[in-house]
Write a protein of this length. Structure first.
Length: 129
């Protein structure tokens, strides 16, 4: 929705910056809801399972990233007319933290490859077969 709004003609610089560069509160809200759903799905009764599984850790880190993006959205919209370096720093910090959490949460999803598996599936090995 905001991409369509940003493409409309006649936006002044401030409106364009608000639509394009500031984190979107609606999108951040959707991130928080999706992160909470994933966490609750893996944590019945809102308590972490014992022992904590790899999937639980991924969901927990992802939820922290979602909340960080939400804080970033709030900080970006709560800027006084004269501007505030504190709000800008908070927006950038929490945006970076959210991205870092998503990166950390995605790393355990990478497939593990052993040396034997890689060699067996290499293109040279398949051509020789």
């Amino acid at each position: 929705m905001t991409t369509f709004e940003a493409l409309q003609a006649g936006l002044d610089t401030e409106s364009y910056d608000q639509l394009v560069w500031a984190p979107d509160a609606r999108g951040s809200g959707c991130f928080v809801v999706s992160g909470a759903i994933a966490y609750v799905a893996l944590s019945p009764r809102l308590r972490p399972p014992r022992p904590r599984t790899r999937l639980w850790w991924i969901a927990a880190v992802n939820l922290i990233g979602c909340v960080a993006f939400g804080i970033s959205a709030v900080a970006s919209y709560w800027v006084p007319d004269e501007g505030s370096i504190v709000n800008l720093a908070a927006t950038n910090l929490f945006t970076a933290l959210g991205g870092l959490c998503f990166l950390v949460g995605s790393l355990p999803l990478l497939p593990k490859q052993s040396g034997h598996h890689v060699a067996a599936s290499s293109p040279e090995r398949r051509l020789a077969s």
